[in-house]
Design a protein around this ligand. Sequence first.
Ligand SMILES: Cc1cc2nc3c(=O)[nH]c(=O)nc-3n(C[C@H](O)[C@H](O)[C@H](O)COP(=O)(O)OP(=O)(O)OC[C@H]3O[C@@H](n4cnc5c(N)ncnc54)[C@H](O)[C@@H]3O)c2cc1C
Length: 382
Amino acid sequence: MPAERLLPTSEGADIVALARDFATAELAPRVAQAEADAAFPRELFRELGRLGFLGMPYPEDQGGGGQPYEVYLQALEEIGGAWASVGVGVSVHVMSCFPLATWGTAEQRERWLAELLAGDVLGAFSLSEADAGSDPQAMRARARRDGDGYRLSGAKAWVTHGGAADFYTVFARTSDDRAKSISCFLVEADAPGLTPEPPERKMGLTGSPTTSLLLDDVPVAGERRIGEEGEGIAIALRALDSGRLGIAAVAVGVAQAALDHAVAYARERKTFGKPIIDHQGLAFLLADMAAAVASARGVTLDAARRRDRGLPFGQQAAIAKLVATDAAMQVTTDAVQVLGGYGYTKEFPVERLMRDAKVMQIFEGTNQIQRTVIGRHLARQG
Ligand SMILES: Cc1cc2nc3c(=O)[nH]c(=O)nc-3n(C[C@H](O)[C@H](O)[C@H](O)COP(=O)(O)OP(=O)(O)OC[C@H]3O[C@@H](n4cnc5c(N)ncnc54)[C@H](O)[C@@H]3O)c2cc1C
């Protein structure tokens, strides 16, 4: 864990301390077995919900925790560092609430938002398809008008919490006009015709189910469309700006955990008559790891503070996601190196951290796509 956190309020400090205590007591003892078994810890999300973590960054008058992103992300870092699948799950749930909280009408928010933020239900964010990941506008799933409502058909892919979620924020095509073709819907998990496929067999983040979602003429009431028809891509991109900060925070947590394991090991392990941390060649590796973790945390919290002050933060969120997830990959790989042969075994957690870090460079926009986002911002700057 970082030596000292700078939080804006004592309430924020208490919340992050609560996250750390929960991570130590409830997550750390279970993570290794559950990840080995690919077991999704649904009941832990209910606990996190009861403690307020699933609605934390949304306004209190909407049923949220009213906390700034600066606090939410530091709590998320503690959770994600102990168990990446759970940290990613909290971040995905928070993102799946974003369209309703931000684009929903007063009546829609009044009707559904408090329940989504209360912590009993779990959300999923279904944008990607098998042939539409980096380019979501290539999606083929359709929402066709049916009386006052819609019928959704097609296949979504890569849905975190597929089969475990209580609601899905689904994006589907309502027209073929590329600029204004996609719309956003809040779909209940028990809607007829909505069928999650079996989970993907992944190299990491195995405790987090990722599935395809078959949509077979799923009836969705018109009042469950969020935003106007054709606003779906704008909604998704805004949601991803905030979601990327969540992934960056989890990546910082994973990197910090790998650094902590590596330093503890390097103080104990002896070669040539002294602890390996006293060999300058290895101490420099650890120093670079510490610098990478601190830099990743710095850019992530800088973006969060901009968001909290109402400033534009899309470019900073893309930079945070790029820097933090690349740092997590490098630091976890180096942690395996510090542990030598033992690092390569499942007796120590660093190999799991390395496998978990990899996907963070891929989802919520690959790190190539983050560079295109940053480049677009640079091209527009005065
Ligand atoms: C474990 C997991 C969980 C996920 N969870 C979700 C979820 O909850 N909801 C959801 O909607 N999606 C989710 N995804 C999907 C994820 O967001 C996509 O996999 C990701 O956006 C990349 O899309 P793709 O896999 O189709 O790769 P592609 O888009 O086919 O890209 C392949 C490669 O080409 C590169 N590339 C593509 N276009 C460009 C370009 N213009 N310039 C440079 N390089 C480019 C990419 O960076 C990548 O390296 C998840 C994925 C995984 C693996």
